[in-house]
Design a protein around this ligand. Sequence first.
Ligand code: PMP
Length: 295
Amino acid sequence: MEKELLVYINGKYYPKSQAKISVYDHGLLYGDGIFEGIRAYNGIVFKLKEHIDRLYRSAKVIMLDIPLTKEEMINAVLQTLRKNNLRNAYIRLVITRGIGDLGLDPRKCTQPTIIIITDVIKLHATEAKEKGIRALIVWVKRDPVDATSHEVKSLNYLNSILGKIEANIAGFDEAICLDRNGYVCEGVAENIFIVQNGTIITPPTSTGALKGITRDFVIRLARGLGYEVIEKNVTPSDLFTAEEVFFTGTAAEIVPVVEVNRRVINDGKPGSITRRLMEEFVKRIGDPKEGVSIY
Ligand code: PMP
């Protein structure tokens, strides 16, 4: 029988089929918690420190005291990968408010639940990367920054899931969400970029978009290649008439978008700047300088 992957829960390791938490955990009852999705390439955990920094920022906003230092958290992630003998992996780090009673008061939860899942990575369909995907602007608006916006990477993903459902039922590959003012915000689990007159533009996080780690990396990558990159509000019309559109994210990496609400972007093929960035991205992700070594 194949050996089961081990999952870290509060300092202990459990085989995947035994890795369980209480039904009284407020992560389940209320979505009260935070998470990070992280990837390892070739023995290097890409941008691990940045993910841990974001996790602790999210924790601070929701007033959740993580009982581990950042250093200890990094070691727990690396240790879990080593236990599972993984060099290429998807890592899901989840911290919930912990076990409480049936009321929502977080004061009842005395100990956060820390979960680290490391699993083999399912490669994204190369066809999507090569040909690009079709996206739909959906009716589900992103919550503004004074609500449960994706500025905090919380366990409340219903907003994104509703967006995804709309794209699914309409037969599109992915959803694009607008903010309350009608500006383009992001995808359901990806940031969005457009190219307009040769300039790369991405919506500011004030739209409620997550400050994506891939987004930051791609901005730096593009600037390093000599492209102008600016953060600016993007309208649906800007999207429809863009020279190029692409998504970025830990799972998605960089994915070209070739159609938005049935408007074909440019000639309907992934654009040259997008392809250039994808090539450079692949070269850089396994670079030890861009992450933390597992072994
Ligand atoms: N926006 C949302 C809502 C997300 O869930 C994600 C995935 N974490 C992203 C953007 C992309 O962020 P990152 O590049 O850090 O994965």
